[in-house]
Design a protein around this ligand. Structure first.
Ligand code: ARG
Length: 459
């Protein structure tokens, strides 16, 4: 009868439900390739300390590559007792290379192995995630560059505030993503710390060269403490937190666009490619893509909160609770990547209704500019704010716009008003006055575009 890898000290059989409960292969098999890479490097390190002969190392490497080939071809035959990707690969290796396979795990534990695999796997995925994020930012920047002429109201409290450029709004979201890009890149050195050679917990007794292992596998540094090496999952927590934050940015952008796509706003229309209909109401075109992006952010946050709960209170080093790191991490990687792609598609294809945006610009959004007009004539802002407020109230009582009040009206409000007050009531001029860094003027929008392009080109 077949033996479990760890079966030596056991006489009783595993309960079938427990067997299934314990088994992680159905989800951790996606680490098959990094698991093999780690084993090849480890075999080499065993060769360097004389545990394996040179021929054995070669044979082991060939065997491991053959196992990987089976995964790649989809011919790897999973067996009932394959508990996880590590036991499955080792079992298959031994079938291919015979008893030599039994030497691979010398001084190694699944504890340092799984931690190594997770880090290697995440390092590879981070590159994909980064590419997806860059793709999204790029589309936003290109769109902003093309639509600089489009003016719209900027909102606070979802109430019309001041005129801005549509590009300025788009770029505001792009800057959130640019800081996510920076944060993601900063995670890499903390992911790239090598646990292999930590053993089960107490380090490696065969003095394998861990610096060599790190170099072989592309790690930046070596875990300096073996207990920490097998027990640390902060790199996963950090990625999950990063995912929660970037999804929060996706969600806030989605919310803006959902509101703008309502008939009441009518600022944008999503392309059919990213909308769905109603099974009952024939007229409906719903922004499901954006709603899913907003919805996913909750789930991604949940992955992070759930896993931090798993970690909290764990005793030192490896505990099986840590097997629960995989599904939230895999799920977050998959959904964040998908979200970047969908967001990119939504942004690239949506229709902007510039005339609708323009017509939402009521004259009252220039009330600040009206106050600023008097400031330029030497009146303190606190006073001009009040005067402008009275102009708004007067226009409201007359059911007209502040631009329709007469010069006499204005002069009764303040003696510094002259003929040129009419120049205030120009949205383009208002936006163009904002020439300080960060403003919505054409020049400053161009500057933002240049800054973001530089960020994208950096690496
Ligand atoms: N499948 C396990 C995990 O994902 C591998 C480590 C198992 N180690 C152990 N001592 N049981 O965490």
């Amino acid at each position: 009868t077949k033996q479990k890898l760890w079966g030596g000290r056991f006489t009783g059989k595993t309960d079938p439900l427990m067997h299934a409960f314990n088994q992680s292969l159905k989800y951790d098999q996606r680490m098959h390739s990094v698991d093999i890479q780690g084993s090849i490097a480890y075999a080499k390190s065993l060769g360097r300390v004389g545990i394996l002969t040179d021929e054995e190392v070669v044979k082991m490497e060939e065997g491991l590559k053959a196992v990987e080939q089976e995964w790649a071809n989809g011919t790897f035959a999973i067996q009932e007792d394959d508990e996880d990707i590590h036991t499955a690969n080792e079992r298959r290796l031994s079938e291919i290379v015979g008893s030599l396979g039994g030497k691979l795990h010398t001084g190694r534990s699944r504890n340092d192995q799984v931690a190594t695999d997770m880090r290697l796997w995440l390092l590879e995925e981070v590159k994909e995630v980064e590419a997806g994020l860059k793709g999204l930012i790029r589309v936003m920047v290109e769109r902003a560059d093309k639509e600089k002429d489009v003016l719209m109201p900027g909102y606070t409290h979802l109430q019309r505030g001041q005129p801005i450029r549509w590009s300025h709004l788009l770029l505001s979201h792009a800057f959130s993503f640019a800081s996510d890009l920076q944060r993601l890149q900063q995670l890499i050195p903390r992911i790239a710390v090598l646990p292999l050679g930590s053993g089960a917990l107490a380090g490696n007794p065969f003095c394998v060269d861990r610096e060599f292992l790190a170099k072989e596998l592309g790690f930046h540094s070596v875990a300096e403490n073996s207990l920490w090496g097998v027990g640390d999952r902060d790199f996963i927590v950090e990625f999950l937190m990063w995912s929660s934050l970037t999804m929060t940015h996706i969600s806030r952008m989605a919310e803006d666009l959902i509101i703008y796509s309502t008939a009441e706003f009518g600022f944008i229309t999503l392309s059919d490619a990213y909308s769905t209909g109603s099974s009952m109401m024939p007229q409906k075109k719903n922004p499901d893509s954006l709603e899913l992006l907003r919805g996913k952010s909750g789930r991604i946050f949940g992955n992070m909160a759930g896993f931090v709960m798993t970690l909290k209170g764990l005793p030192s080093t490896y505990n099986k609770d840590l097997q629960e790191d995989k599904e939230p991490l895999f799920d977050s990687v998959d959904n964040v990547s998908a979200s970047f792609k969908i967001a990119e598609g939504v942004i690239a294809t949506l229709n902007v209704h510039s005339e609708k945006m323009y017509s939402a610009l009521t004259m009252d959004v220039l009330a600040t500019d009206l106050a600023d007009y008097l400031v330029r004539k030497g009146v303190p802002f606190r006073e001009t704010h009040h005067v402008s407020g009275r102009a708004v109230a007067l226009a409201e009582s007359r059911k007209c716009q502040i631009s329709e009040l007469t010069l006499e009206d204005y002069q009764t409000l303040h003696e510094k008003f002259t003929e040129d007050v009419k120049d205030v009531f120009d949205f383009e001029a208002s936006v163009e006055r904002r020439q300080a860094i960060g403003g919505p003027s054409r020049k400053m929008v161009d500057r933002q575009i240049a800054v973001l392009r530089e960020t994208l080109d950096k690496q």
